[in-house]
Structure formats: C-alpha cells, structure tokens
Design a protein around this ligand. Sequence first.
Ligand SMILES: [Zn+2]
Length: 144
Amino acid sequence: MICKNCNSENTQKISLIYEKGTNNISTNSKTVGVGIGTGVVVGSVSTNTSGKSQSLLAEKVSPPKKNSYLLAFFIITIGLIFLVNINELDTKGSIFGLIAILLVGFAIKIIKVTYKYNSITFPKKYMEWTKSWHCNKCGYIYME
Ligand SMILES: [Zn+2]
C-alpha cells in the first residue's frame, strides 16, 4: 500500500504494528537483562529505546474497544438501593421513588446507547481498524 499522504511505500497494516509492538515489549525486557549481565550496556540501551518507541506507536494504533455496561449497572444498583429503602429513608415516600425511577431510566438510556455502540458502531470501527495502514515515513494513518 502506497501512502496516500506522501506516496511512500514504507507502510504497514496497523493491526500488524499493534501485534508486533505488544510482543516487542516483553522481548526487549529480556534483552536488557542479558545486556546488563554480560556488560554490553550500550547495546542494551539502544534496544530498549527502539522497543519503547515501538510500544508507543502500538499504543497509537491500538484497536477500538467496546464500551462497558459497568456505569449503567452501578446506577441501577443505586436506584435499587433507593427503592428497597423507600419506607425507611423517606417520610414523604414519593421523592425517593422518583429518584429511583429517574436513575433506572437514566441507566436504561446508557444501556441502549452502549448496546447501539457495541453492536453497530464498534464492529464498523473495528473493520476500519483491520483495513487501516500506517505510513512509517510520515505517520499518516489511512484506509485501504
Ligand atoms: Zn506517508
């Protein structure tokens, strides 16, 4: 793939860069250990630096992530605590009930948005990610 920005042929799929980057981190830490043991300090330092910059690039090209339902479940839990304790907490009754209903309603909205993102937007973004390329010359990221 030729870079669409600078026409360089020095390009790579970002999914490959990501896999290589995450592998390199563990490989490099071993190299450093051996380097220090044998006293080849300069060699080990330079290896470490390249590994570090590669892992930064891997971070830059990391795949999209699914959204979590954790916040929604947390809000529902608080809403349920309000509901369960209505009689003990609230002399007026209706206010805590209203808060509970609002919290659960809010949580359902979050769940809907999260579900929509995870089932429609995320697969699209992930597909785009698998088809994306990185130019090693100018750093431009583009689609096939
Ligand atoms: Zn380029």
